[in-house]
Write a new protein. Structure first.
Length: 106
C-alpha cells in the first residue's frame, strides 16, 4: 500500500527566486510588487528580529501580553495589507524581541 502511494508521487521543483525573476519582468507585476514592497520589508524585519531573538510566536505574544493568534494576525497583516499594526503595537513587538522600533524616511 505504501509503495502504491509513492508510485504516483511526483514532486514539483519550485525556485521562488527564479519565479520572481520571471514575474518581475511583467509591468503589471512590477507595479504590484512595488506597491507591497514596504509591507514585505516590514514583515521581514519583524520575522528576522523574532528569529534572531530565538523566540516563537507564542513567546513573543506572551511578552507582549497578547494571544498567540493575535500575534499571528499582526505578522500576517503586513503581508495581506488588510490591516496595518499601530506604532504602539510595533513598539511592543520590538521590545518583546529585545529591539527598539526605528522609523526612517529614505
Amino acid at each position: 500500500m505504501k509503495a502504491e502511494r509513492r508510485k504516483g508521487y511526483a514532486p514539483v521543483e519550485f525556485d521562488p527566486r527564479a519565479q520572481l525573476a520571471r514575474e518581475i519582468k511583467k509591468p503589471q507585476f512590477r507595479r504590484a510588487w512595488k506597491t507591497i514592497g514596504e509591507e514585505f520589508a516590514a514583515l521581514d524585519a519583524l520575522l528576522e528580529a523574532r528569529r534572531a531573538a530565538g523566540l516563537t510566536q507564542a513567546e513573543v505574544a506572551q511578552r507582549m501580553g497578547v494571544a498567540q493568534s493575535a500575534l499571528a494576525r499582526i505578522e500576517a497583516s503586513l503581508a495581506s495589507q488588510r490591516h496595518s499594526p499601530s506604532l504602539a503595537t510595533l513598539r511592543k513587538y520590538a521590545a518583546a524581541v529585545g529591539r527598539r522600533l526605528e522609523i526612517r524616511l529614505v
